[in-house]
Design a protein around this ligand. Sequence first.
Ligand SMILES: [Zn+2]
Length: 321
Amino acid sequence: MIGAVCYTGCRLDRAAHRRTDAAWLADRLANPSTRVVPLWRGRAPIADGRSAAVVSLTGERAAAVLAAAEDVVFLGQSDDGPACFAADVSGLAGERLPALENGARFLDLRRVGARLASTDGALLAYARALLHWHRRHRFCGRCGAATASRDGGHMRACGSAGCGEKLFPRIDPVVLMLVTRRGDGGADECLLARQRDWPRGLVSGLAGFVEPGEAAEEAVVREVREEAGLTVTGVRYVGSQPWPFPHSLMLGFRAEVDPGAAIRCTEDELEDAGWFSREAVAAIETRGLKLPFRGTIARALIDDWLAGPGDGRHAPVPPPC
Ligand SMILES: [Zn+2]
């Protein structure tokens, strides 16, 4: 079974049946117990002490945020009842942001995501991706007229009476794959590579966007061929991770190549790639290299392979962290 990944495990009930109930949504927005999470230019309110935790607002402070927000989306309902909304306050100058208590600040989710509790990280990933989509879909791609938010922020509708186009939140699927082979000595090796624009020393498995008219498994085969000149077999889905930068869905796979298969880097973006034994991966820092941070599915694929017997068999869905 694959290890834990962040941005999963949201315990909020998304309550999709409430999204079209305008009277209920208005009532919840006016309720002082409703939780509002403000996001500012992709940054989230975080209390960053020994551990990191999301800060939500209620009562008068929530009402002030809602009044200043460009977009408001309904996220769902907590176990204990209160509704939860996210509000985009990116239009506010920094000094006008809502005051946060106990030293909390607006922080880049990418920097703190792995340190948040799973339900907090998942909540912010959900809010960030949805609000980013709203900002980028102000106008209809069919007729150019302005669009407006509907269904609690889970749809946008074109304002032109003659058009009526409906837009739904966008998700970009990306495949990540850990490719393994039987090395010359008979032990498993995995393929790790680095792209030119990555942080110094970082290596990981291969990845790429799924293209139109392509199954995810086909994207795995194509990307490995394009980037490393290898023909893979035994493509197996392992698990997924929402990646809200801005709104991707990472699909993790394992795949194999024939023993002794040689890498031929054919993509300009790939700076280097090589085969690593389990021992070499476990001691990767001695080579001046580093793996993706814990909490990413890219790292979970590697850790899973390190810990496993090498037969590549996994449960299909990762557990929340
Ligand atoms: Zn239109």
